[in-house]
Design a protein. Structure first.
Length: 321
């Protein structure tokens, strides 16, 4: 068992920033910092990660609290077993980069690495909306759609560590091409980016909407669509209803494949679909052969913008789950 008085450093590495925080054994983030990330150079990128770690580590040292490990969320593809970052598009400077070894050597601490979807799923299972459930399906809806699967309180990695790419399940093979190369993935149909794109296309085709005025000549965002919907805009209603339909079809497939005990939705764009959770649950039986699909709770995530920090820290506690 982990000592409850110890702290874990959770590090969330992105293409433009590094966020790090001190996380206690109950999942509370006691101190955090953010620093710019250098994505194009491996040495500078590693220095940025160390800078963020040093910042929160000094806060722990000032309180005389020991650090038991460092968890890191890093963009994939990566190998969670070896801690090697393979070839992430958002971090072109890191190719086959042994991030776990580099950090472990620098701080003489255990280091765990995984992608953000897996890590956030584990944090929700340990401390958040999935607490008390052993089998959890987690999805984060933002610029894209990422997922994580928890089986028997542990991350499901698959044969090579590449499992749980649920955002790239095809819903419509005749749909738009996803950046991953496939057609009609749920990511390209129901992410925040997809919502904004559909609004742009509809308005460009001549559909009247208050979204145009909210954009004021700038780029349309998913948040603008949500605001217009709240004001009774018919086009915004159509776009969000279509998004809910896509998500219902997708989650019906997830239920048939996994039948999790709970499904949790987080991410920056999750607030757009949260008001429709009951509608999604009511619609699941039409898109699942599981006659009890609508009995599975569909819950909002506990962690918001700090999901990466909490998730990274949770990696260091997985062995105790």
């Amino acid at each position: 068992m982990q000592n409850p008085t110890r702290l874990i450093i959770g590090v969330d590495v992105g293409g433009t920033k590094v966020a790090a925080g001190l996380v206690d054994a109950s999942g509370n983030i006691t101190h955090q910092t953010r620093a710019p990330m250098v994505a194009s150079d491996s040495t500078a990128g590693l220095a940025a990660v160390k800078f963020a770690i040093d910042s929160v580590r000094s806060a722990a040292n000032s309180g005389q609290t020991p650090i038991s490990g460092i968890g890191i969320c890093a963009p994939g593809p990566l190998d969670p077993r070896t801690g090697v970052v393979l070839n992430p598009p958002n971090l072109p400077g890191w190719r086959n980069f042994p991030l776990a070894d580099e950090i472990s050597k620098a701080y003489s601490l255990p280091v765990r690495i995984d992608n953000d979807g897996n890590a956030a799923a584990l944090a929700e299972a340990l401390w958040g909306a999935g607490r008390g459930y052993k089998n959890v399906f987690y999805a984060t809806i933002g610029t894209g759609i990422g997922t994580g699967i928890i089986f028997d309180s542990r991350i499901y990695h698959g044969r090579t560590g590449a499992a749980a790419e649920g955002g790239h399940i095809t819903i419509d093979y005749r749909g738009p091409r996803c950046p991953c190369g496939k057609f009609g993935c749920i990511e390209v149909l129901a992410s925040g980016t997809a919502i904004a794109r559909r609004a742009e296309e509809k308005i460009a085709a001549g559909h009247a909407s208050s979204i145009r005025h909210l954009a004021a000549g700038g780029a349309i965002t998913a948040e603008m669509v949500a605001r217009a919907h709240a004001e009774g805009d018919l086009l915004a209603k159509e776009i969000l209803q279509q998004t809910v339909w896509f998500l219902t079809v997708w989650l019906g497939n997830i239920v048939d494949l996994l039948e999790p005990e709970v499904m949790i939705i987080g991410g920056g764009a999750s607030s757009l679909v949260r008001p429709f959770f009951d509608e999604i649950l009511r619609g699941l039986p039409a898109w699942s052969v599981n006659s009890r699909a609508s009995e599975i709770p569909l819950l909002p995530a506990h962690y918001g913008l700090d999901a990466g920090i909490a998730g990274a820290a949770a990696l260091c506690l997985e062995s105790d789950a």
